[in-house]
Design a protein around this ligand. Structure first.
Ligand SMILES: [Cu+2]
Length: 362
């Protein structure tokens, strides 16, 4: 009798975990099955599965900050020019920048323990700047000018390694390398403060206008994803990752190493839609060395103006097709709002970023 009761109790206790296991199985097609679209390497695949993805990221920047403080154009003009004796201070002030990144990614799992990944990208930078007349004073040139660069960015290849299971989820680690396929010698003809005329020769454009870091990079990561059924049915995740620059690039500098932590929570709205909330914080060190050919009297050309500490809050929507031609196609949108910016030197102030992404596993 006691034995039968024990067996029955055991069977009842197993029931919820059985239904849970079933849910986990169908989760591959759930809208909250993948992390918000800006998170890289958040999930692994099962043996033989592959996936393609396309992301379009648009980032806007306006005005300038030093540390956490917003600077007026006049305050930027009061900053020293480290690149030359003359002019002694900065003479060109960035007003607005649009950075568009198109990322094409692929994932493939040769077995259940490892998922391989690769990503190539195309970058389009568009900056509007204001030059100020002559070697000093704050008389602007009659019009602003536009500086543009575009081309291939750096290329990422790597792998994710299945870790262990926790009571409510699982974790995996990742290791990728970034290959310096993005140009770091892009040129343009900015409007010079002397006579407010366009430069007559091509000049190397400032660091943020370049398309890559120029260095080989190591990118380790650690990711946790979980199903918090008991606490209201949230799908949650957390990731720590780093970008370590392995060498000085061909132009004799090395961008600072970057460290990032982020956490997210996703909630099912319907069988085909989920909403997400994500918080990320990152720190990037100052660059080491400088490119002697980048010498314009503009804050973005000063090697001290690199790196900083940032935090963002992001809202996202994730859709997954349930039937017909749309079945298993994922479409996701994420809107990133900066909540903390502490920049080294003088850098442009980041505004919102919008990313649209499509993913399909086979
Ligand atoms: Cu994938």
């Amino acid at each position: 009798m006691t034995q039968r009761l024990t067996r029955l109790t055991a069977a009842i206790l197993t029931l919820p975990s059985l239904s849970l296991a079933d849910e986990t199985h169908t989760q591959t097609a759930a809208p909250e099955g993948h992390a918000p679209i800006m998170v890289m390497g958040d999930h692994m695949h099962q043996a033989g599965e592959y996936m393609v993805s396309l992301r379009q990221m648009n980032m806007r920047m306006t005005g300038n900050i030093s540390g956490t403080n917003k600077l007026s154009d006049a305050q930027v003009l009061g900053q020293p020019n480290d690149n030359a004796m003359m002019p002694a201070n900065l003479r060109v002030v960035p007003q607005k920048m649009d950075m568009e990144m198109t990322m094409l990614g692929a994932m493939y799992a040769p077995n259940d323990a490892i998922t391989l990944l690769a990503m190539v990208m195309q970058i389009d930078n568009d900056m509007v700047l204001q030059s100020y007349q002559g070697m000093m004073g704050d008389t602007p040139c009659a019009s602003t000018f536009v500086s543009k660069t575009s081309g291939t960015g750096d290329t990422i290849i790597g792998a994710l390694f299945r870790g262990g299971a926790t009571s409510n989820g699982q974790w995996h680690s990742g290791l990728a390398v970034s290959l310096p396929t993005g140009a770091i010698d892009k040129t343009g003809r900015p409007m010079t403060p002397m006579g407010c005329a366009q430069a007559t020769m091509d000049m190397r454009l400032p660091y943020p206008m370049q398309l890559g870091s120029g260095s080989y990079e190591l990118k380790p990561s650690l990711t946790y994803t979980g199903d918090w059924q008991k606490w209201g049915g949230w799908r949650v995740g957390a990731q720590a990752n780093a970008t370590l620059r392995l060498n000085d690039n061909d132009e004799d500098y090395r961008l600072g190493d970057k460290f990032e932590v982020q956490g997210w929570a996703m909630k099912n709205l319907t069988p085909y839609a989920s909403a997400s909330l994500r918080l990320d914080a990152s720190h990037q060190g100052k660059m080491d060395g400088r490119d002697a050919a980048i010498s314009l009297p503009v804050p973005t050309a000063q090697s001290r103006s690199s790196g900083g500490t940032y935090a963002n809050l992001s809202l996202g929507i994730n859709l997954i097709g349930q039937s017909g031609m749309l079945r298993d196609h994922r479409l996701a949108l994420e809107y990133v709002m900066p909540v903390h910016q502490d920049a080294n030197g003088v850098q442009m102030k980041r505004d919102e970023t919008l990313t649209l992404g499509w993913q399909k596993a086979f």
